[in-house]
Write a protein that binds this ligand. Structure first.
Ligand code: SAM
Length: 237
């Protein structure tokens, strides 16, 4: 994404009540920020925010946090929220963070997040930049630290190389299982059910690019034991 510095962005973000300014202080207490205690889902690299804003409006029984590292991009999402506020339609179950996703474990406690959405993440095509991809192994380890057991990651892209890399990384993971995948989401009746389009998804699918999607489920090794068998194991030690 080409970025242009927007002079007003810093000030608008600073004053916005939708943006959490010291997110580390909320670690373990994110539910207190919202009207209702309900599952917490994140979009990492939300861009201009269309997906997460639409999700929040469609699913009021879920709390959402949109994460974007660039102020000039987050500013666009805040402009959309302002339009909704003026129309009396802004969702109350949505907040934004201007952070790098690398810092997730400093901001969310273990098991605090139910689901993570990664939509059209930057591909970082050079091999030496592979660890910057949001579906690389170092990032999966960060997600493992904040997701609930059974928590999910949903990833969409039109970039086939990035998708293949992401599938390989997930297949090699000891923690995440590939639950579902498709190489053509918009023609996959089951996986496309309830699909909410992102800005990039609309742009690339209108050019005829098929959209790939995978869903990963977190399944740490020890969750294969029931609570009582874990108790037995502890007593045997
Ligand atoms: C290609 S855009 C996709 C935007 C949106 N998800 C969509 O599908 O329309 C990727 C976005 O991810 C953001 N991003 C990339 N790496 C990030 C990171 N480590 N932490 C937070 N945001 C990141 C970029 O700044 C950019 O806005």
């Amino acid at each position: 994404m080409r970025l242009r510095r927007i002079a007003a962005a810093d000030e608008v973000i600073e004053k916005s009540s939708y943006v959490v300014h010291e997110p580390g202080k909320q670690r373990g207490h994110w539910q207190e920020l919202f009207d209702c205690r309900q599952p917490l889902q994140l979009e990492i690299g939300m861009g201009k925010g269309r997906f997460i804003i639409d999700m929040a409006r469609l699913h009021p029984r879920i709390n959402y946090i949109g994460i974007e590292r660039y102020t000039s991009v987050l500013y666009r999402a805040l402009q959309k929220m302002e339009v909704l506020r003026q129309e009396g339609q802004m969702p109350t179950n949505l907040r934004f963070l201007c952070i790098d996703a690398w810092d997730l474990p400093d901001i969310f406690a273990p098991e605090e997040v139910e689901r993570i959405y990664l939509n059209f993440s930057d591909p970082w095509p050079k091999a030496r930049h592979a660890n910057r991809r949001l579906t690389s192994e170092p990032f999966l380890c960060r997600y493992d630290k904040v997701l609930m057991s059974d928590g999910k990651i949903e990833f969409k892209t039109d970039n086939r190389e990035l998708f293949d890399f992401s599938l390989e990384t997930a297949a090699a993971s000891a923690v995440f299982q590939i639950e579902e995948k498709t190489y053509d989401l918009h023609r996959d009746e089951k996986m496309c059910q309830g699909n909410v389009m992102t800005e990039y998804e609309e742009k690339f699918s209108s050019r005829g690019n098929p959209i790939c999607k995978m869903v990963l489920r977190r399944q740490p090794a020890d969750t294969s034991y029931t609570a009582s068998s874990r108790g037995d194991l502890l007593r045997e030690q």
